[in-house]
Design a protein around this ligand. Structure first.
Ligand code: BES
Ligand code: ZN
Ligand code: MN
Length: 505
């Protein structure tokens, strides 16, 4: 376990194995960033020629290691590029890159820009998340080869004695831990995280957060396949019908004493998406273990909101199913009756997310929350439209705007997409059921999906986040975002709950 402390001290005199400082690009050339003044002073006039001969350019994420030879107390100085205009977004990313650049240090001091609460938060979250690794399935010898985490990390900030900075520092650790657990769940192989196993893991995580002295008021219930049948959750049951592992619906509630608003969260929890009978191509099908990224995100956001004690009531609904093929699987042409009675004609078993979400959304609306937000790795269309780093957000304009600002402060990229009028007609085009789950017009498939979900929101203020792109990184790490599961949307949801607490409070 790593210990984290926030301190006001000079990085030139701090006793540790490595000091991390930022490098910025200015019109006059590269310079050490805010926080590194004492380090720059220790080198004095020798700094500029040294940076120049090392070829330091200061581009985002650029890493340079300098043995200090006693110029400062620590033996190693690690420079990380911040680009031209370092704000919290750039600092979070740089701290993340730096976390992977100190493989053999037992203690590290971070002297990155940290003169505001936003920057303290960015350094802390960025560092913890950039150093994330998932080694559960590596053999012991391989684990030893992989980077060791420093036992002691000191975040240096001129504001370290300020109570707002201390709170930001503590809160950042809570959020980062939630993001990391979300990543662990996404990275777990799908055969080891079937709906019953995932439901148990969520139940255990919620119970742990809700137990002990002064713990937040959290409760969780797991609805199994029998209960789902009694309730008539035809979407969840229909999608789960082809799997040997039965589906689940997990419901969590966080009920703080002085709640100012009531937020409902819904997350897509497909533990593996083979496509079902409308089977997916073989290439990269393994990545569909990440199809529960929305579920993992809403659960961990709920846990973090509760741990932070935010005065917002949160009701979280997580439908879990494995989309498989078998003699019992749902067929294209089948009609499912959703919780609440709406019938849906299934036309492509690979458009399963909207089916499980429909049941869960209706369950959510029954509590009459002030806002509903759903998070789902819903469509490849959104990846085509926005790329693999940006989530699409659709729904009620005021909620879409609020989610966008929350994402901006959380350092996640979210962009609004429309739900065009014509989708209304398309989702109502089934000849035999109330709704068509799919049509074979490819264009705007992500917007069709949003229009379909809207049918189940009872007209409540609502936003839908399609995180199909950013939930999972196929390539290598970048900044604080590591490869595999990213934990996308956890931080945004926590910040959204913060704004709900502020505006309604
Ligand atoms: N889980 C997928 C969406 C997805 C695609 C997530 C790529 C992450 C990366 C979803 O269930 C799906 O298969 N969607 C279909 C919808 C289509 C059949 C309307 C798609 O995107 O092709
Ligand atoms: Zn899916
Ligand atoms: Mn699918």
């Amino acid at each position: 376990m790593t210990s984290y402390t926030l301190r006001k001290a000079s990085p030139a005199k701090t006793r540790c194995d490595a000091v991390v400082v930022g490098v910025v690009q200015t019109p006059k050339g590269v310079e050490l960033a805010a926080g590194a003044e004492d380090v720059a002073a220790a080198w004095g006039r020798k700094l500029r020629p040294l940076l120049s001969s090392l070829g330091v350019k200061g581009g985002a994420g650029e890493i340079t290691r300098i043995p200090t030879g006693g110029t400062i107390t620590a033996p190693l100085l690690v420079l990380v590029g911040l680009g031209k205009d370092p704000g919290p977004v750039q600092v979070r990313r740089a701290a993340g890159a730096a976390a992977r650049a100190v493989p053999n240090s037992a203690s590290v001091a971070l002297a990155l820009p940290a003169e505001s609460v936003e920057l303290v938060r960015a350094v802390t979250e960025g560092w913890i998340l950039g150093g994330y690794t998932f080694t559960t399935y590596k053999s012991a010898s391989a684990k030893e080869d992989s980077a060791e985490h420093p036992g002691e990390v000191v975040v240096l900030s001129p504001e370290a004695r300020d109570s707002a900075a201390k709170t930001a520092f503590e809160d950042a650790q809570v959020v980062a831990e939630a993001v990391a657990t979300c990543r662990d769940w996404v990275n777990t192989p799908p055969g080891d995280l079937t709906p019953p196993v995932f439901a148990d893991a969520v139940e255990a995580a919620v119970n742990e957060a809700g137990s002990g002295r002064g713990a937040p008021k959290l409760s969780v219930s797991v609805l199994d396949e029998e209960r789902l049948a009694e309730l008539g959750c035809g979407g969840i049951l229909g999608v789960g019908a082809g799997s040997a592992a039965p589906p689940r619906l997990v419901e969590i509630s966080y009920t703080p004493k002085h709640a100012t608003a009531h937020l409902a969260l819904v997350g897509k929890g497909i533990t593996f998406d083979s496509g079902g009978l409308s089977i997916k191509p073989a290439a990269n099908m393994h990545e569909m273990k990440s199809d529960m990224g929305g579920a993992a995100a809403v659960v961990q956001a709920t846990v973090a909101i509760a741990r932070l004690g935010l005065p917002v009531r949160v009701s979280t609904f997580v439908p879990m199913a494995e989309n498989m093929l078998s003699g019992a699987a749902t067929r294209p042409g089948d009609v499912l009756r959703m919780y609440g009675g709406t019938t849906v004609e299934v036309l492509n078993t690979d458009a399963e997310g909207r089916l499980v979400l429909a049941d869960a959304l209706v369950r959510a609306t029954e509590l009459k929350p002030d806002v509903v937000v759903d998070v789902a790795t819903l469509t490849g269309h959104m990846v085509v439209a926005l790329g693999d780093k940006v989530a699409g957000v659709m729904g009620s304009p005021e909620i879409v705007d609020a989610v966008r600002s929350a994402a901006a402060s959380a350092g996640e990229d979210v962009w609004p997409m429309p739900i065009p009028e014509v989708m209304e007609e398309r989702i109502h085009s089934s000849k035999i059921a109330d709704l068509a789950q799919h049509d074979w017009i490819r264009w705007g498939g992500g917007l069709y999906a949003a229009a379909f979900l809207r049918e189940f929101t009872a007209g409540l203020p609502w936003a839908h986040l399609d995180i199909a792109g950013p939930a999972y990184t196929s390539g290598g790490p970048s900044g604080h975002v590591t490869s595999g599961g990213t934990g996308f949307a956890v931080a945004t949801l926590v910040d959204y709950a913060r704004t709900l607490a502020d505006t309604k409070g």
